[in-house]
Write a protein that binds this ligand. Structure first.
Ligand SMILES: Nc1ncnc2c1ncn2[C@@H]1O[C@H](COP(=O)(O)OP(=O)(O)OP(=O)(O)O)[C@@H](O)[C@H]1O
Ligand SMILES: [Mg+2]
Length: 260
């Protein structure tokens, strides 16, 4: 296995005043070129995990290791304040770091919204705005993109298109992607690996394995059944290799699970 871009080891995070830690003994990492999605209920610590990985939240114990000089493009969960300000797309792309007209045009082209430079941020559709956010995150040529709920406010076709775009950008640039999302069906199709979080890592693995894990089904109920159905028809094929591992304190009995 290649060296991880970023790796959390036995990370625990407690917010001041809270009785229980928000994150307990979380270990996870992201390899180059990987698309990893974190799923979990509201309040399960997804954004805290992301911010701890970025060094924006202090750890109570454990540690985070980053590859030396790692370039990260980050889109936080809450950007609605920026959206309400009168500002053109062109100006937005130059915050906080100035970019040339050519760079701005190229990155808008890459994210599928060419020519939007002079539009007001507030006048963009939800899908255009998410693409502009992605464009800004791509400007420093990141090795890792961190996107906290990038598809919030998009309809189903918009969500699918956004994930397709992420996949294209990965193909083109080799960027690794860590995403937080609630769009279970799309997540399952578009991720290399899924981490199911509920204050701790409940289960983790390929989408196929996670969607079959009891811990995941317990957390997501009926919605999880839909993602499991995605994989049922594959069960006639591909029995030769053991590629599936489920990790986590609650799922030890699923180690070395063999499909079929
Ligand atoms: N700065 C903070 N101070 C105190 N508590 C916090 C802070 N940030 C988050 N929390 C608490 O930590 C818990 C996890 O929050 P977090 O934002 O990580 O959840 P999440 O999984 O991203 O939720 P959502 O799906 O709603 O975005 C919540 O109970 C939240 O209230
Ligand atoms: Mg969050």
């Amino acid at each position: 296995m290649t060296a991880a871009l970023i790796q959390a080891r036995d990370m625990t995070v407690s917010h001041p005043g809270a009785d229980l830690p928000v994150l307990s003994h979380v270990s996870m990492g992201i390899q180059p070129r990987e698309i990893v999605t974190v799923v979990g209920p509201n309040g399960s610590g997804k954004s805290t995990l992301v911010r701890a990985l970025l060094g924006q939240v202090a750890l109570t114990s454990g540690r985070v290791e980053r590859a030396r000089g790692l370039r990260i493009g980050y889109v936080p969960q809450r950007v609605h304040i920026e959206r309400a300000m009168p500002m053109t797309v062109r100006r937005f792309l130059s915050l906080p770091t100035r970019v040339s007209d050519a760079q701005a045009a190229a990155v808008l082209e890459r994210t599928g919204v060419p020519g939007l430079e002079q539009r007001q941020i507030a006048a963009l559709s939800g899908g255009q705005f998410q693409r502009v956010l992605l464009a800004r995150a791509l400007l420093n040529d990141p090795q890792l993109l961190v996107l906290d709920e990038p598809t919030q406010g998009l309809d189903q076709p918009g969500i699918v298109a956004f994930y397709r775009l992420i996949e294209e950008v990965r193909q083109e640039t080799g960027v690794a992607v860590l995403m937080v999302s609630h769009d279970l069906l799309v997540v399952m199709r578009a991720s290399d690996r899924v981490i199911c979080l509920n204050g701790h890592v409940c289960c983790e693995g390929t989408p196929q394995v996670v969607s079959a894990a009891p811990e995941y089904r317990a957390l997501f109920g009926a919605e999880a059944q839909g993602t499991l159905a995605l994989y049922r028809h594959h069960h006639d094929h591909d029995h030769d290799h053991v590629e599936e591992h489920v990790h986590g304190p609650d799922c030890g009995h699923h180690h070395h699970h063999r499909e079929g």
